[in-house]
Each structure stands twice: as C-alpha cells, then as structure tokens.
Write a protein that binds this ligand. Structure first.
Ligand SMILES: Cc1cc2nc3c(=O)[nH]c(=O)nc-3n(C[C@H](O)[C@H](O)[C@H](O)COP(=O)(O)OP(=O)(O)OC[C@H]3O[C@@H](n4cnc5c(N)ncnc54)[C@H](O)[C@@H]3O)c2cc1C
Length: 406
C-alpha cells in the first residue's frame, strides 16, 4: 500500500462509461482538463455497459459524436435507420415513419454498445487534456473548501486522493456518489425483464426498424451493421428465467410468436442477456459543486431508446455551461447548467415512462386511446412530426453541438 499527496483538478468525472467518456471529451473541447476515473482497468475486460446491447442513436447524437471525433474510431459505421414501424398487439392502426418522407436520409443509426465503448475509449486516449485513471475506484468523498476530496483505490491496492472543484457522478444506475451526496431516487419496477440478442430475419430490409408493443412488454428489431438484427423482447419478470432457459430454436419460435412475421422467419439467435427494467430517477441532479449525469441521474426503460441519447445531451450541456471557466464549480455555472437541461430531461422522462406504461396497459380507455393515436399518426404526417423529432433527438441538443440534423 502506498499513500500519495492530494492532487488538484477542476472537474473530476467519476465513471468512464458511455456518458462519462463523452463528457470528458466534450469538456476537453471546451478548455477544461478533466480527470476521468473508471473502476474497470484498461485491458481485455471492458466496463460493464460496453456490452452487446444495441443502441439506437438519434441523428443529432450521431452528429455530436462525430464532432467529438468518436464516430471515426468505430470499426464499422452505425447502421442507418431509414424506416420505423410501430404497432401494438390487439390495437387498431400502425405507424410507419419514413426518413425520406421527412427529408432526411436516416432518423439515426444503430451501434453495439461494445463498439461505441471502444471508439469512445480510443478518442479519450488520444485527447491529451484528459487524465484517465482506469482501474481506480472512488471509495469515499468529503467536502473541502471550494470543492470535494475524492478517496481513490486502484485494483493494485494503491490509495490516493484528489481534490476537485466540480464533482460529476457518471457512475451509472447504482451510483454510490448519488447516495454519498445525500440524493434520494424514485424507483418504479416495471415488473419486466428485457431479453436482448442478435438474430437473423429472412424478410427484413436494410434500414428497417420495428417496435411492437404488448401487455407483457415491447418487442423490437433494430438493423445492425453486421447484417443481423438486434432483437429486444420484454417478458414478465416471473417468466424471465424460463424464457432465458429455452434453447436457441425454441427462443426463435417464442420471439416469432411475440413479434409476428413482418420481418419473415426469425432464426439463429445469438447469445442472450436479460436486463431487469426499472425506472430510477434522482430527486435532484445536483448538490454543492456536484452534478449527476447519465444513468446516475436517470435510468429509463429502454423502450424509447432515450437513455444514452439523453445522457449525451446532459454531458454536452454541462461542457457548454462550464466552457472556459477557471472555477467550473461556482453556483452560477451550475445554475446555468440546470436551467439548460430542465425541460429536455422532464420531457424525455415523461415520453419514455409514458410510452412504457401506456403501451403495456390493457385498460379499455388506454386501448382506445392507443388505437386512436396510432390511426391518427398513421394518416397524418403532421401528427407524426413530434415522434419524428424525438426519434432524431433534436429537442434539447445544445446549439453548439447541432450538426446537419438540425
Ligand atoms: C438493453 C438496453 C438497451 C438500451 N438501448 C438504448 C438505446 O437504444 N438508445 C439509448 O440511447 N440508450 C439505450 N440504453 C441505455 C444506455 O445503455 C445507458 O443510458 C447508458 O449506458 C448509460 O451510460 P452511463 O455512462 O451513464 O452509465 P454506465 O454505462 O453504467 O457507466 C457507469 C461507469 O461507472 C463506473 N463506476 C461505477 N462506480 C464507480 C466508482 N465508485 N469509481 C469509479 N468508477 C465507477 C462503472 O464501472 C461504469 O463503467 C439501453 C440500455 C439497456 C439496458
């Protein structure tokens, strides 16, 4: 064991997941020299969320990631989403969104979290203004004059501490920092697990995505850049174990029975992973000289594909608010950040949670409302505009990070 003297920094970002890495890059572009602290060591084992989940990234998010120099580091470019088909088992109507009809080449694109994580990691390594501490966990925090002291422990058992003027918790859904900062969270258990895998779809066309809702949860197919489809399937928590235990052929049949034949025969599912679905929302996203971003601030139902898209906008908004600041933790800067993010966060949470609950409900009024909604959206291009806007992630993207999409 070795003890080291306190070091000083402006911004300390705790958590080098998808949002923490994006934030460190954006801060560096805005004149800060952040320290990025990630518990997982660099090497063959990646941070936990750099896994096989397929991320649907809104067009505006892709533009911002391109500006951050991340997209060019992907081994394969994101697979464009050119059409989205939305329906609900047992309801009338369906909606088909076509990018060409809205004057754009694609609504967004799909990348595997593992690939995006790798590209973010490469971009962070190439950025001299970021000091990355991998294999280092924050084990405690204490308030000091004009900032925080972080206690750090490496996987080798080395201990040290670091002082910062602004502490950013990007440490994910189970954020320990959130608790240490005395911030409570609201939790809603959807009573579902989401089973994720890749699959072959014999009748699917490139660029096509489907979202089909049902009382037991959504089923979606997303186009991937390896010619397969990313399948997500919501199942009641009580049945998740049995569904995960099915062999591959039986699971393909199960998925087909839930999804139907819109994309032809589904076969050859890849490795399955099941995620419990809970909405977790921090009651506030700041404390003195501290901010929560990404999943530490809000963990959403993946049904609306908003989690990382929103976390990225948090990160970019924070980088704007502290741009060029000598002391990035002063109350005026934090207040500007909170003001700039309030509306987007409120709307995205309402959209995502509302979609998850309304589409799952078998209540007669909810069914009628949905059928009417789907029918109206099906016939009117104008009615579809807000949905298209959400799919492209335009709302809430800070001005400075808007690219071709806006
Ligand atoms: C099945 C599924 C599908 C999804 N699909 C989409 C989608 O299509 N579109 C979309 O936008 N979003 C999607 N999401 C959401 C998205 O994956 C998350 O919003 C995103 O990963 C959150 O990133 P984060 O950096 O906030 O947290 P995380 O990725 O969880 O990162 C937190 C990091 O903090 C580190 N850490 C924790 N504690 C400490 C500590 N004490 N010290 C140091 N480091 C620490 C961890 O090791 C980890 O690397 C999906 C999620 C799921 C589960």
């Amino acid at each position: 064991m070795r003890a080291e003297a306190d070091e000083d920094t402006g911004v300390a970002v705790v958590g080098g997941g998808l949002v923490g890495c994006s934030l460190a890059l954006a801060l560096a572009r805005r004149g800060q020299r952040p320290v990025l602290i990630e518990a997982t060591p660099e090497g063959p084992v990646a941070p936990p969320s750099f896994d096989e989940r397929n991320l649907a990234l809104a067009r505006a998010s892709l533009d911002a990631l391109a500006m951050l120099g991340v997209l060019e580091g992907l081994d394969r470019p994101p697979e464009p989403i050119t059409q989205i088909h939305v329906s609900r088992a047992g309801d009338l109507g369906s909606v088909r969104l076509d990018a060409a009809e809205h004057g754009v080449a694609a609504f967004g694109g799909v990348v595997m979290a593992r690939d995006l994580g790798k590209a973010l990691s490469r971009a962070v390594s190439a950025e001299a203004a970021i000091s990355r501490r991998s294999g280092t966990a924050v084990t405690a925090i204490e308030p000091v004059a004009q900032g925080w002291r972080l206690h750090l422990a490496t996987t080798n058992g080395d201990r040290s501490s670091l002082r910062c003027r602004l502490l950013v918790a990007a440490d994910g859904s189970d954020s320990r920092l959130r608790g240490w900062l005395g911030i409570d969270e609201e939790v809603h258990d959807y009573g579902q697990h989401l089973v994720v895998c890749s699959i072959e779809a014999a009748g699917a066309r490139r660029g096509q995505a489907w979202e089909r809702f049902s009382a037991t949860g959504p089923v979606a197919l997303l186009p991937r850049n390896d010619g397969r489809w990313g399948a997500v399937c919501g199942v009641a928590t009580a049945e998740a174990g049995a569904v995960m235990a099915l062999d591959d052929a039986a699971y393909a049949e199960y998925l087909q029975s839930r999804f139907g034949w819109r994309a032809g025969r589904l076969s050859r599912p890849g490795r399955r992973v099941a995620y419990p679905l809970r909405l977790r929302v921090a009651r506030r996203v700041h404390a003195e000289r501290a901010v929560l971003v990404g999943n530490a601030a809000q963990t959403l139902h993946p049904v609306g594909a908003q989690g990382f898209n929103l976390g990225l906008r948090d990160a970019l908004g924070l980088a704007e608010a502290v741009a060029g600041a000598e002391d990035p933790g002063v109350p005026q800067r934090l207040a500007a950040y909170l003001r700039s993010r309030e509306e987007d966060r409120r709307r995205t949470l309402a959209f995502s949670d509302g979609l998850a609950r309304l589409t799952a409900s078998e209540n007669v009024a909810a069914r009628a409302l949905r059928s009417l909604g789907l029918l109206a959206l099906g016939v009117s291009r104008r009615a579809r505009a807000p949905l298209v806007h959400a799919a492209m992630g335009l709302t809430g993207m800070p001005e400075a990070w808007r690219g071709e999409a806006s």
